[in-house]
Design a protein around this ligand. Structure first.
Ligand SMILES: [Fe+2]
Length: 403
């Protein structure tokens, strides 16, 4: 597809962009603070639910983190059933298996407990519990016909922003693609941000999830659906991440650093769920689904290259410079390009300081045309500031491919 065809394709999505710009997206109520996960059942109990399905992954389940929460639920008159087989890139099968458990045990609510994968999976479990359409047909925007089952989120990482976003990403293993499901009904009824839960994250996960949050903030800010709300939230997230992510990476037990990163991920989630993401996410989804690679790590690798590509656009360069200035990366007297380059350099420094690789050897050259097609097709949904051609996409993938 040449640049004119691609631009026309992007324009064809204008109606959905206009709808999204006017959509009222609620921010879920938050209970936050160290140890608050043990008070969260009091919030859940207010809704009258009696038996929740907790959707988690094997690592969170094995860590024992869920057990005190289950005990606190019981003390508040709520039974709990655990589904702990969620994969790092959750699959359609994960959703069907968890829904089966939900139905067998006659649950009446869902709690996503874990990283973005578990919360994404829990959202679609809650949706499937009340919607008869197959998960495969939920792909896209506003496909849910009924409200979801009551749904709550307890994040244990600080990155995906799934706890306050309208989106969920579910892998279809047959096509090796990621289905992006978006609906305002996927916002949780309430969220618990407890930094003690994030303290158990290993440094590599802290780095990858934190860079995912930074990518949400920057892509929402640089994109063309940047309302004042989106800009405010994105800038808040950026400042917090530049100030706290590397500290959280080094000193994982520091609850102040963990709380700051939980706020940052939440702010970035609020920004991107209204302002969308861009090419970094489109390529990370295509490559991640094909080779089962970490979403955050791929975003971190791709982000500097995509931002360098955006330097071709004056408007995008000006926005990157605003983002950099707000984060204290330069002076107002510096020109836009210098400040934008300072932002890119800071991201590359962060990647280096947190041992995030620059390239991956997973990408198979024969797959590249398919990956580019898939990514550019997904990006048609996004308000990107400048349009990529197929050649640009091939070059982008080459820049993160180990030779
Ligand atoms: Fe992301």
């Amino acid at each position: 597809m040449n640049s004119i065809q691609q631009a026309t394709a992007n324009l064809s999505n204008l109606p959905i962009k206009m709808i999204m710009a006017r959509l009222k997206i609620p921010t879920p109520p938050v209970l936050e603070g160290a140890g608050m996960v043990l008070r969260f059942p009091e919030v859940i109990a207010v809704t009258g639910v009696k038996r929740v399905l907790i959707v988690a992954g094997p690592n969170v389940s094995a860590s024992g983190m869920v057990d005190p929460f289950v005990k606190a639920l019981k003390q508040n008159g709520i039974d709990a059933v655990l589904y702990d087989k969620t994969m790092p890139n959750p699959t359609i099968q994960n959703v069907y298996d968890a829904v089966k458990t939900y139905n067998v045990h006659q649950c009446d609510a869902v709690v996503g407990f874990g990283g973005g994968s578990s919360i994404d999976c829990a959202k679609i479990v809650a949706a499937k519990a009340t919607n008869s359409i197959p998960v495969e047909q939920m792909d896209g925007a506003f496909k849910l016909r009924s409200r979801t089952a009551p749904f709550f989120a307890v994040p244990t990482t600080s990155g995906s922003g799934s706890e306050c976003s309208i989106a969920s990403v579910i892998v279809n293993p047959e096509t090796k693609t990621k289905n992006l499901i978006a609906d305002t009904r996927l916002i949780p009824l309430a969220v618990c941000l407890d930094p003690k839960l994030a303290a158990s994250m290993p440094p590599s996960v802290t780095a990858a999830t934190g860079m995912d949050a930074l990518t949400h903030a920057i892509e929402a800010y640089v994109g063309d659906m940047d309302t004042s709300f989106v800009r405010d939230k994105a800038l808040c997230a950026g400042s917090e991440i530049f100030a706290h992510l590397e500290n959280a990476y080094i000193d994982g037990d520091n609850l102040d650093e963990r709380m700051a990163m939980m706020h940052a991920a939440f702010f970035a989630g609020e920004a991107f769920t209204r302002g969308f993401v861009g090419y970094v996410h489109a390529f990370a989804h295509a490559i991640g689904a094909r080779y089962n690679l970490s979403h955050g790590m791929l975003n971190a690798m791709l982000l500097p290259h995509v931002l360098r590509f955006y330097l071709k656009s004056k408007k995008a360069t000006a926005k990157m410079s605003e983002f950099a200035y707000n984060a204290g990366l330069g002076e107002l007297t510096e020109d836009d390009k210098t400040l934008a380059q300072a932002l890119i350099a800071r991201i590359e420094d962060m990647n280096d300081s947190m041992d995030i690789p620059k390239t991956t050897d997973a990408i198979i050259p024969e797959d590249v045309p398919h990956l580019v097609d898939h990514a550019l097709n997904e990006a048609r949904l996004y308000p990107v500031p400048i349009v990529m051609t197929t050649g640009d996409g091939i070059q982008l993938i080459a820049s993160i491919t180990a030779r």
